[in-house]
Design a binder for this molecule. Structure first.
Ligand code: PGA
Length: 255
């Protein structure tokens, strides 16, 4: 059985002391978890210290974004080469907040995925439909487009290293999560779609995790579904007790 992924996206939160304290608590809190891969995605400025704190623990550290060029005159950007050089292992790509507020489009998301894979970062590709798209019954069409463009030109053997996060935009930070079964059917659709890139067997081994108002209370509803391979947690990852609670619940279901 694959490990269950429990990832925390801290977004633009915490000062330096709070960030270090939170990660120290998480590292201790998930020490006894088995069957779970825990990851945190702190803001860029805390990453190097986060890698040190995570040390040899089971907690991996990733960035919330990456630029697709390796180096050069790109003021304000951070490359995959740089992230690897400080020990980051993962990166979020195409989060809906970046798509909507920072105008990230399919082409740059595709380049970011390629740059991450090229330099050995494991990308977590975020996809999800908006409330408007959902109400127009266009969810599957939107997800298909996001996946096809994002993965274009990436070899099947490389797609295997991608993690997909299904994050319906209407569920992010709203307190309104998808129903477990509803999310599960979307995950099946996503796995069917990636089959076109990787072939039958591999597609089912690519982790597809759910994100959007996941809490310690509702996590089990998602983690208990057949095609949900973990969770990407925003708000509830900012407190060690709720985030570790989710990881411990996952551990009891997966180990
Ligand atoms: P949320 O955020 O858990 O606060 O809804 C999830 C995310 O944006 O990754």
């Amino acid at each position: 059985m694959n490990k269950c992924l429990v990832y925390g996206n801290w977004k633009m939160n915490k000062n330096k002391e709070q960030a270090e304290a939170l990660l120290n608590q998480i590292v201790r809190g998930v020490e006894r978890c088995s069957g779970v891969e825990v990851g945190v995605f702190p803001p860029f400025v805390y990453l190097e210290k986060a890698v040190m704190i995570a040390g040899n623990s089971a907690v991996s550290v990733g960035a919330q974004n990456v630029y697709y060029q390796d180096r050069g005159a790109y003021t304000g950007e951070i490359s995959a080469v740089m992230l690897r050089s400080i020990g980051c292992s993962h990166v979020l790509v195409g989060h809906s907040e970046r798509r909507m507020q920072f105008h990230e489009h399919h082409a740059s998301i595709n380049k970011k995925l390629k740059a991450s894979l090229k330099h050995g970062l494991r990308p977590v590709l975020c996809v999800g439909e908006s409330l408007e798209e959902k109400s127009q019954a266009r969810s599957f069409e939107v997800l298909n487009t996001q996946l096809v463009y994002a993965l274009e030109g990436i070899e099947g053997s490389q797609v295997q290293n991608v993690i997909i996060a299904y994050e319906p935009v209407w569920a992010i930070g709203t307190g309104v999560s998808a129903a477990g079964e509803q999310a599960d059917s979307v995950h099946r659709f996503i796995k069917q779609t990636i089959k076109g890139f990787t072939g039958q067997d591999t597609a089912w081994s690519i982790p597809v995790i759910y994100g959007g108002s996941v809490t310690a209370k509702n996590a089990v509803e998602f983690l208990g579904q057949k095609d949900i391979d973990g969770v990407l947690v925003g708000g509830a990852s900012l407190q060690a007790h709720s985030f570790c609670g989710i990881a411990l619940a996952a551990s009891s279901m997966y180990s």
